[in-house]
Design a protein around this ligand. Structure first.
Ligand SMILES: CC(=O)SCCNC(=O)CCNC(=O)[C@H](O)C(C)(C)COP(=O)(O)OP(=O)(O)OC[C@H]1O[C@@H](n2cnc3c(N)ncnc32)[C@H](O)[C@@H]1OP(=O)(O)O
Length: 401
């Protein structure tokens, strides 16, 4: 590998790093007004650059966040994003060097976990990330989508100017909450829901006997007919969170009742969201995709395993391998009352990306063993691990970054 210098970036390099990342995704540089918003999401010490001489050839960044884990605890988490290497420098170890520096820095600053959304599925396992949550994309045909129930509380539209604070405080009531959900940082709000480019966004708030308890942000692309081409009216759900089942149902019933809409679509929803059960004819809903969402990296394995709760299930000793953060390597005893390091022989040994995939309970160790992701040894030990790591609700993040 050519000599590379990995440096923490400062204000002087943020825009160049942003432009490099956008270029790696084949996007043009951000125009000045958009950059003014984007720069608010660069925090000191969190952006790294790879330099060949004076030239910036690669970058990675993270945002400060927190992650809810099974049992309700919340741990410090780095939300990794803006990963890019200049096209004339790829496959020469630039990302590997950046990952090494970033993982070390995250560990030293006390992040228990890191997570990201992957542009491609073959990049991040080698750095210790595993797929820990999945999402589904649904489309509902309004012509046949009758709700089983009316709105039980109240749903009201609010003006965009008033929506920010309402939406932000409602989000904070519910996330981090369910395992996999995270805290959003101010730069996220600035760039996403509140300022999405060109979208005519609508904001609706649900309320019940105890006041406001849910919100939805959506946009509608109206029906059009041009040169013999007909395009249906599509309502796209951008962000929907509810603190109660009633608020959740009310928001969906509201959306499905909006006139002059042919189809309601939503990406990034929980795989166990019971939307079809709200419909008289469940076939009005089609699941059009199920995708990986959270790629989770346990940065401090001991702290992560200690933070989550376990179900009754006897005990298991899991061995961990970690090429990038060797201090995570070793054996961990898991019982229903917690987790700790042990000098005992492991029942089975996994790479840290496999542990990251299983950590929130989305995929069973048994499934990972069946797929050859680790050598199971005794099937009974794997079954005990699955009993301990089991969760009630599918983990879900719901925040794209
Ligand atoms: C969280 C996010 O921001 S997701 C966005 C990620 N960015 C992009 O997709 C933008 C376009 N792509 C890029 O900028 C680069 O190709 C990157 C960042 C994905 C990879 O950077 P590189 O510097 O080429 O990676 P590096 O040389 O360190 O590769 C390390 C290993 O990963 C492999 N690898 C890297 N990228 C890929 C890929 N896209 N697909 C498959 N394997 C890959 C390499 O072959 C290498 O394998 P080896 O260790 O067996 O030799």
């Amino acid at each position: 590998m050519t000599d590379l210098d990995i440096r923490v970036l400062d204000d002087a390099h943020y825009r160049a790093a942003h432009t490099l990342f956008r270029g790696a995704l084949h996007h043009p540089p951000a125009p000045d007004d958009r950059w003014e918003i984007a720069r608010t999401s660069y925090d000191p010490g969190r952006a790294f650059g790879a330099f060949a001489g004076d030239e910036l050839v690669g970058t990675v960044q993270s945002f400060p966040s927190r992650l809810a884990v099974p049992g309700g605890a919340v741990v410090p988490m780095a939300a990794v994003s803006r990963v890019g290497v200049r096209a004339d420098w790829t496959r020469r170890g630039v990302l590997t060097a950046l990952q090494r520096a970033q993982l070390r820095a995250m560990r030293e600053s006390g992040d228990v976990a890191a997570s990201l959304r992957a542009s491609e599925g073959a990049i991040y396992e080698r750095f210790g990330y595993g797929v820990a949550t999945r999402v589904r994309e649904v489309r509902v045909k309004r012509a046949t989508a009758r709700s089983r129930q009316p709105i039980a509380g109240r749903v009201r539209l609010v003006e965009p100017a008033a929506a920010g604070d309402l939406v932000g405080s409602l989000f904070e009531r519910v996330s981090p909450g369910r395992a996999g959900t995270i805290a959003r940082w101010q730069g996220w709000w600035n760039l996403n829901v509140l300022h999405e480019e060109g979208a005519h966004q609508r904001y609706a708030i649900a309320s019940g006997p105890d006041g406001d308890d849910g919100y939805v942000v959506y946009k509608v692309t109206a029906y059009s007919y041009e040169n013999g081409v007909e395009k249906p009216a599509v309502l796209t759900v951008l962000d929907l969170w509810a603190a109660t089942p009633r608020a959740w149902a009310d928001l969906w019933v509201f959306l499905l009742g909006i006139d002059l809409v042919d189809e309601v679509g939503a990406e990034g929803r929980p795989v166990d969201e019971p939307l079809e059960w709200l419909l008289v004819d469940r076939r009005a809903l089609r699941v059009v995709d199920v995708m990986d969402e959270t790629w989770l990296r346990l940065v401090d394995v001991e702290a992560a395993l200690s933070a989550r709760a376990y179900r009754p299930g006897g005990s298991v000793v899991i061995g961990v391998r970690d090429r990038f953060l060797p201090e995570n390597e070793g054996s961990y005893l898991i019982t229903s009352s917690g987790a700790s390091r042990t000098t005992g022989e492991p029942d089975f040994v996994v790479d840290v990306d496999v542990l990251g995939a299983a950590y929130l309970g989305d995929v069973a160790f048994g499934a990972l063993a069946a797929a050859g992701r680790f050598a199971a040894g005794s099937p009974e030990a794997v079954a005990r691990a699955d009993a301990l790591f089991a969760v009630d609700q599918a983990p879900w993040c719901g925040t794209f970054f």
